[in-house]
Design a protein. Structure first.
Ligand SMILES: O=P(O)(O)OC[C@H]1O[C@H](O)[C@H](O)[C@@H](O)[C@@H]1O
Length: 282
């Protein structure tokens, strides 16, 4: 029988745990950030740095940070990288259990102070479905009387065992921008990692795989015109917050996104749902 419990981390962060016949999962109310998902009998599907000490106010270095309402650096100096949703307290809306599959829904309450960054009347929710797979949807509804444009990502960190042995598959035919250069055509289906990698793909199919020494992680995307593939490699690892120097050996991010020219514009009343679904290939 699935059990849903709420607890508080010693540093003050509230989280919800799901334990069912199908999986274990944990989600922090700060950022609505899932930091653990372990399908029953299988290895963890999300990676978190052991350097992160779970301080309130900082997004956690791992799991699935929600990047919203912009991805990356904002052109306005001093605005937070990847938007403000990942550092803010979300509200738990509902829990549902059906055949051991648990669905938790969250909303980000927009505050008066947020109008500086986001002067729009929109509703943003995160729906998390914990079964044998993990499905996460970021939902935007434009309640305003003018069109609203946003960029976004579900910034998933995956445990890949050994970056030197990782093969990311399913990239042929897409194009990518890297370090502000490109677009480059991706001519091979496989991506290997030999240096810092920070690519924004578009024109990708809706499924990629991460072939690791411990199995294949399947990453599906829906209503996601872009995907970000990131490994910081040696030098950037040393500059990253809450990240060990050698963490780059064990993680990669493959993010369901809508960024750059794939920004989402919602007409008044329009709704958009960005989804990612992850699992171990059986
Ligand atoms: O350190 P953060 O703000 O969490 O960003 C971590 C990373 O996020 C994305 O993957 C970007 O493409 C990278 O350029 C960035 O370094």
């Amino acid at each position: 029988m699935a059990v849903i419990t709420t607890s508080v981390h010693p540093n003050g962060l509230e989280y919800i745990e799901v334990t069912s016949e199908l999986c274990y999962a944990r989600i922090l109310l700060q950022g609505a950030q899932i930091d653990s998902f372990i399908p029953k009998g299988q290895a963890p599907l999300l990676w978190v740095s052991s350097a992160d000490d779970y301080q309130p106010g900082n997004g956690i270095r791992g799991g699935i940070p929600v990047c919203w309402p912009w991805f990356g650096q904002h052109p306005n100096p001093g605005w937070p990288q990847h938007g403000f949703a990942r550092n803010r307290q979300w509200r738990h809306l509902s829990s549902e259990i059906q055949d051991e599959v648990v669905t938790l829904k969250f909303v980000l309450p927009l505050l008066e102070a947020d109008r500086r960054f986001w002067p729009h009347n929109t509703r943003v929710e995160l729906h998390c479905r914990f079964g044998q797979q993990l499905r996460v949807s970021l939902i935007n509804i434009n309640l305003d009387n003018h069109p609203v444009t946003l960029t976004q990502a579900l910034h998933s960190y995956f445990p890949i065992g050994d970056i030197h042995q990782l093969v990311a598959r399913g990239f042929k035919g897409a194009h990518y921008i890297e370090f502000g250069n490109g677009p480059y055509a991706q001519t091979t289906d496989d991506v290997h990692f030999v240096q810092e990698t920070d690519r924004v793909y578009n024109g990708l199919g809706d499924e990629q795989q991460l072939q690791t020494p411990h199995g294949v992680i399947v990453v599906k995307r829906a209503h996601s015109q872009s995907a970000v593939l990131w490994n910081p490699w040696i030098e950037k690892s040393q500059r990253l917050s809450r990240f060990n120097d050698d963490d780059y050996l064990q993680m990669v991010c493959l993010e369901a996104a809508n960024v750059r020219e794939d920004a989402v514009t919602l007409a008044p009343g329009e709704r958009h749902e960005l989804t990612t679904e992850i699992s171990w290939q059986i």
